[in-house]
Design a protein around this ligand. Sequence first.
Ligand SMILES: NC(=O)c1ccc[n+]([C@@H]2O[C@H](COP(=O)([O-])OP(=O)(O)OC[C@H]3O[C@@H](n4cnc5c(N)ncnc54)[C@H](OP(=O)(O)O)[C@@H]3O)[C@@H](O)[C@H]2O)c1
Length: 262
Amino acid sequence: MGRALAGALLAAGREVTVWNRTPGKADDLVARGAREAAALEDAIGASDLTVACLLNDASVRETLAPVLPKLAGSTLVNLTSGSVRQARELAERAEEHGVRFLAGGIMAVPPSVGTPGAFILYSGARDLFDRVAPALEPLARPHYVGEDPGFAALYDMAALSGMYGIAAGADHAVALVHAEGGDVETFRREVLGPWMEQMLPLQVAGADVSGTVPAEYNPGMQATGLENMLSASREAGVATEQEGHLRAQLWLMRRAADTATG
Ligand SMILES: NC(=O)c1ccc[n+]([C@@H]2O[C@H](COP(=O)([O-])OP(=O)(O)OC[C@H]3O[C@@H](n4cnc5c(N)ncnc54)[C@H](OP(=O)(O)O)[C@@H]3O)[C@@H](O)[C@H]2O)c1
């Protein structure tokens, strides 16, 4: 991801200095005009805007601890995935060292960085975001989600939860078709794709904070349907571990049906 981010900045004609724990992974970026810093301290001093994108919060903590004081007066943008608490804690440590800080959540995969449709969530001080957004624009459309530094991580994780729910459903669907001798490619193209496209906006709009199900959705009927799907999955021999999304919905529908019938 770091390579994709740096590449997008280079493509926009920006001056870029890169650093990676294992040296020599940036040859393609160097060939495109980036400067590879031999030491992290050199990269930190190269600009008043530093973008971090490492594996996880632990690697960011470990890497930044010795250089955080040197970032004083400059801006640090952390695009590493992590939790709400981790983002808030890093923001506090940055503030203690006089570092202006934005937390980010990348809503893109490396090939889509810098392309239309990709966006990055940012949280932290609004005036700082307004100031640095033009510099960050080449990465992906900057989207501000609030002063609380934890909010970029919050929305990132919640959006990923939605995505993995879809992935679980799609994987289970093709496993079922495959197990019963169906043609997976035809199913994918002619059935699953069009069906998902039709339903996705309804599912997003209908996702309910309280976990309740409106009566017009007929939760009793849906619970029966979900039980059928679980039986079909069992008959086909699909691994029960792949049924988690069906069980989650069955739990909700049964609860809603029980509430409706008193
Ligand atoms: N890839 C995606 O599709 C995607 C999408 C959205 C968000 N993200 C987020 O972007 C971040 C980076 O993902 P990635 O795809 O680039 O992962 P990756 O390919 O596994 O790269 C991890 C990077 O972190 C560095 N690193 C790991 N441990 C380190 C440590 N202890 N100290 C210093 N550097 C360390 C690695 O350096 P070495 O080369 O030295 O190992 C490498 O540069 C993650 O937080 C991920 O969740 C990724």
